[in-house]
Design a protein around this ligand. Sequence first.
Ligand code: NAD
Length: 381
Amino acid sequence: MLIGTPRETREGEARVGMTPDTAQALQKLGHGCAIETGAGNRAGFSDDAYRAAGVTIVPDAATLYTVADVIAKVRPPEPAEVERLRAGQTLISFFYPGQNGELLELARSKGVNVIAMDMVPRISRAQKMDALSSMANIAGYRAVIEAGNNFGRFFTGQVTAAGKVPPAKVLVIGAGVAGLAAIGVATSLGAQTYAFDVRPEVAEQIESMGAEFVYLDFAGDQQDGAATGGYAAPSSPEFREKQLARFRELAPQIDIVITTALIPGRDAPKLWLADMVAAMNSGSVIVDLAAERGGNCDLTVADQRVVSDNGVIIIGYTDFPSRMAAQSSTLYATNIRHMIADLTPGKDGKIVHNMEDDVIRGATVTFDGAITYPPPPPKIA
Ligand code: NAD
């Protein structure tokens, strides 16, 4: 089959769904590879690099969509991109079917088989295809770099001839994939790092990374908000009050807050309120990784850097992975390459879309003219 990768059409998106390395791996599975000219430029991969890796360069998107059997890209397609697809073609990209009902119906009506990279089940066998985790890891890393870039002081404490400098105090709220990545970077830069999560099971991970878990005095237990499946559920009002009271205590001492708290299927919980921002010192920084889902901080504006009246910088960028496009394309394209490897069991260039396979079934949102979202729960843990 011919795997084709177009240029991303969304303004500012620098990632690409295929790299020269993944193209070579796909060819070993018996596939051909093509890209739209310039597709990798913004991620640092030139047409020449692809050509050297055996990739055909096509002059425009229209040609690419015509010649390719499988389209592999990053962002959910624009409706115009779905219109370019034909029955029997496969699209592999982020898709967010829960939020994109009309797009899903359009893809179904065109007879396109869509594999949503955001729907890969989070089971051990599928970790190599877990693009949400790959991107969350990068967002967490970049959040700390961005905070450092906006913070006018050192992260690490120093004793210098000119005086003693205390370490920066960083608080990470939400210790999922992005939060743990942020904790790792903040501690390695020498910050005194604190972290909070409603799921008490992450305390050990947080502490093993050299950060301090923020415990709550709540009926002897960290929290009552843990849900099944490793994800968080909304907290009770009593728990929330305890949590906010603890944050209020911490606010005047904390230099950098990185928030990553999300609850599947809901708007982000508001956890860093306006009065907490007001209690922080001028020059402190908040990076809100939940900005796209409404933000964890009251003052966050999605895609903006704003400064509060008391001089606190609040960063609500929603494109952190794209700001590290070489790294994120490398990881994302590798996730895609693993997905295509599972779709090519004979390593013979033939796609077998096996709907009996838990991972392929879970990620497939349209198949053979039908909507197949939401999937049944995975059988293997
Ligand atoms: P996420 O992005 O949905 O949420 C981020 C974090 O916010 C979570 O840790 C959540 O507990 C926390 N949170 C929610 N409400 C909060 C609140 N009020 N206060 C503080 N924190 C709050 O999470 P994620 O990064 O996608 O990971 C969720 C889980 O899935 C984790 O346990 C992770 O280890 C697990 N996971 C498993 C796999 C796998 O393949 N087995 C892969 C990825 C993630």
